[in-house]
Design a protein around this ligand. Structure first.
Ligand code: BES
Ligand code: ZN
Ligand code: ZN
Length: 519
């Protein structure tokens, strides 16, 4: 069915009719092309192409502009229209609305709206090309090739490893030759997040502690300036990580302590950035068993480990000039005859005793020991990430990662990074008020839950971790709320989100620009 307006436009132009073909299901050979278009500044004004859109329109002698203006209402942000047969190299062209041209930093939303618009628009455009079973797509840089690449690579990602019927793999490429460095950077940032999504989405019987460690080792094997240590249980015992071991012993799957050293800095002795990630490859809750409904999502309870390790893989690929150490305590939290029992008391690496009042508050036990160990590296900053509390999800949902930090310097860097990536952070309190609620335990120095049970659950968990920190630049990122995506982030499909990998990478990249002294 051809719209009359299209017919008359084509007749006026005296050319063969290119067919706008929404939702067309025919398979098409050749490349797809995704072009952006801005909304008009004024109501009823003409839409504006990007410079790539303008150039393509000239190539097809103005036929694209003619079609866009005659075929339906102006394209709103994120809405698309498909044209077939406009150009022999590009049998299918998707034009997608980018919103306002002057969109930039939005102070209310705490992100760069222009970049977010590009990511979302490119993602939807690339998926349309994928639906047409075209396996190669050229993408308009839309004035910000990094954001465009992120939209393409994040938007196309899907975990279908274990399905016999798979969607066609689509390779996005930059349209034109300008901004290729920024495009490549965007590809690496997005691939980093996709690695975290992959590890989080994969079932827990595929990503066990050892499989997780081997996957990361494999990703890092080509870098001569990276060393990976896969520490076995015997090493964890010699380190006296009693809190971590108490969780691990409930499972038949042996624990692993993964340690990564990326030496990108000018000197091997430059104080490193230390990343620590909670790596619970499955959290059943242990003896304090979780309800069975939705328990499968706890395969992603290694999201902290996945995001920090993926950020290091990305930092290595970007060849960032700094040293980074990654630490990931990896184990399962299972109920068994050997598992922690409520009321058990365990001893962490720093000698502090912990009463395990709820075996489902296991993440803080792993992190307590990993944070103690993190202090042996003369760190420039220690940043840990963990799917730590359901309470974090209750507080902020998926809008932002909650950041608990003792350092405004660190906070500012994380915040600035997140404005650029759109993977936002929000500062949360580390008051003594919460500390008092975890240090009042009948049998031990600490309890692993707050004494007022659910109240301020994300804050009492952070206060617990603070008891294992003496470093002056430490941040705890509670990523439970951003662990998965339904449809909130338009450029991520439904599933495990791999957030905030890009923010961690951007943060590390920004640290490189800052001299040591100012810390
Ligand atoms: N892994 C969970 C937290 C979680 C919940 C992450 C939902 C992602 C989505 C954590 O180990 C946990 O179970 N925490 C308990 C703590 C409570 C017992 C104090 C929680 O949040 O309920
Ligand atoms: Zn738990
Ligand atoms: Zn957990």
């Amino acid at each position: 069915m051809l719209l009359p307006a299209v017919r008359s436009a084509a007749r006026r132009l005296g050319r063969d009719l290119p067919l706008p073909c929404r939702g067309c299901s025919r398979g098409a050979a050749g490349k797809g092309l995704v072009l952006g278009i801005y909304s008009s500044e004024k109501d009823g004004g003409a839409a504006q192409f990007t410079s790539a859109g303008d150039a393509f329109d000239r190539l097809v002698s103005g036929r694209l502009r003619e079609l866009v203006s005659t075929c339906g209402p102006p394209l709103k942000k994120g809405k698309t229209r498909i044209y077939h047969g406009l150009h022999q190299d590009f049998p299918s062209v998707v034009v997608v609305g980018l919103g306002k041209k002057n969109a930039g930093i939005n102070d209310q939303e705490n992100w760069n709206e222009g970049k977010e618009n590009i990511r979302a628009a490119v993602a939807v455009g690339c998926r349309q090309i994928q639906d047409l079973e075209i396996t190669c797509v050229e993408v308009d840089p839309c004035g910000d090739a990094q954001a465009a690449a992120e939209g393409a690579v994040l938007g196309l990602h899907e975990y279908n490893e274990l399905k016999q019927k798979k969607k066609p793999v689509v390779t996005p490429q930059l349209h034109g030759s300008a901004e290729s460095e920024a495009w490549q950077k965007g590809v690496l940032y997005a691939e980093g997040q996709n690695l975290a999504r992959y590890l989080m989405e994969a079932p827990a019987n595929y990503i066990t502690p050892i499989k997780f460690a081997e996957h990361i080792e494999q990703k890092l094997k080509s870098f001569s300036n990276v060393k990976v240590h896969i520490r076995p249980e015997s090493w964890i015992v010699t380190q006296q990580m009693g809190a971590f071991l108490s969780v691990a012993k409930g499972s038949a799957e042996p624990p692993i302590f993964l340690e990564i050293h990326y030496s990108g800095g000018a000197n091997a002795s430059d104080p490193p950035l230390v990343f620590v990630g909670k790596g619970v490859t499955f959290d059943s809750g242990g003896i304090s068993l979780k309800p069975s409904s939705g328990m499968d999502a706890m395969r992603a309870d290694m999201g902290g480990a996945a995001t920090v390790c993926s950020a290091i893989v990305t930092a290595a690929a970007l060849n960032l000039p700094l040293n980074i150490i990654g630490l990931a305590p990896l184990c399962e939290n299972m109920p068994s005859g050997k598992a922690n029992k409520p009321g058990d008391v365990v001893r962490a690496k720093n000698g502090k005793t912990i009463q395990v009042d709820n075996t489902d508050a296991e993440g803080r036990l792993l992190l307590a020991d990993a944070l103690c160990y993190a202090h042996s590296f003369n760190a420039r900053a220690i940043v840990n990430a963990a799917t730590l509390t359901g309470a974090m999800d209750v507080a902020l949902g998926s809008a932002a990662t909650g950041v608990f930090t003792n350092s405004s310097w660190l906070w500012n860097h994380l915040y600035e990074a997140s404005v650029v990536t759109g993977d936002r952070v929000w500062r949360m309190p580390l008051f003594q008020h919460y500390t008092k609620q975890v240090t009042d335990s009948p049998l031990a120095d600490l309890s692993n839950i707050g004494k007022y049970s659910r109240a301020g659950g994300a804050c009492t968990a952070a206060a617990f971790l603070k008891e294992f920190v003496t470093a002056s630049h430490w941040a705890h990122l509670d990523i439970a709320g951003v662990m998965s995506n339904k449809d909130e982030v338009p450029y991520l499909r439904k599933g495990m989100a791999g957030r905030p990998t890009r923010t961690l990478v951007e943060f590390a990249a920004r640290l490189c620009q800052e001299s040591h002294n100012s810390t």
